[in-house]
Design a protein. Sequence first.
Length: 345
Amino acid sequence: MTDRLTIRRPDDWHVHLRDGAMLELVAQHTARQFARAIIMPNLTPPVTDAAAARAYRDRILAALPADAGFTPLMTCYLTDGADAEAIAAAHAEGVFTACKLYPAHATTNSAHGVTDIFALAPVLERMQAIGMPLLIHGEVTDKDIDIFDREAVFIERTLAKLVRDFPALKIVLEHITTAEAAQYVAEAPANVAATITPQHLIINRNAIFDGGIRPHAYCLPVAKREGHRLAVRKAAVSGSAKFFLGTDSAPHVVEAKESSCGCAGIFNAPFALESYLKVFDEEGALDRFEAFTSENGARFYGLPLNEGTVTLERVAHRVPDRVGDDTLSVVPFHAGETLGWRMVA
Ligand code: DOR
Ligand code: ZN
């Protein structure tokens, strides 16, 4: 039995680091495990231009020790007013790595999101031409579509058309949760990939209703039926280069989760690698772990692989109930559970 695993330093291709005091609390957890991360732009107000992205990047770096060795990769929050020229210029300058598509009102801070993605054709054409990835929150927002069907319907109604109309555009379908998404991406051309979160590999929708309503198991896209979880697990450990690590770690203070209208988001940053490794171990796929964590994403983005390594050991440890202090406290994924692996260096 393998009890110690050393892998190339990984990247997180989808994370919410927030701002202010929350940023101060959570950034260290992501920087401890990952060399780079794609930073979600859904702040209030959202990060829609280069000046805002530069300033946010500076705040992220200022929240970390000088020797953290962590590179935030910034994203542009697309709105109906997105401008192709400005986006291309900021990409050329190295400020924006990718653009994020939130369909308007799909999730947290998406009110300024896009109402009709096809109206942004000039932006998408430009991104396609310069090789700038489009990161998609893939859910339709129509209230008449059942919340558990919103991802599958998005693929049918929107994604398939995007892939057809912009055949060379690099697209990442983010945080996939369904068998339909896993199959669509697996069969799509090489310029279409997907990120997978730890929670969608580990919980199904029963976790949200386990003996009562469990706000800390609620995120968007919402966890689906067991069959979907199994399909997403299969994709993650398949060895396909189209699937890679993106935690979607999305912290909210405990009061905002444990509320009559609790926020969507699971804070998994403190033990993200341990969480993924549990899955690869259970699936007998330790040999495919490193490609998922440290190679597939970088290759898709056309970025160099990281230097350096991280090491995980098979050792039981209990995940704390809370991260933070009395003034700012977040419940981490796996709170109170015992995990079987731990990052040691
Ligand atoms: O659960 C989620 N939380 N899903 C999202 O898409 C957004 C995120 C957040 O920002 O809290
Ligand atoms: Zn997210």
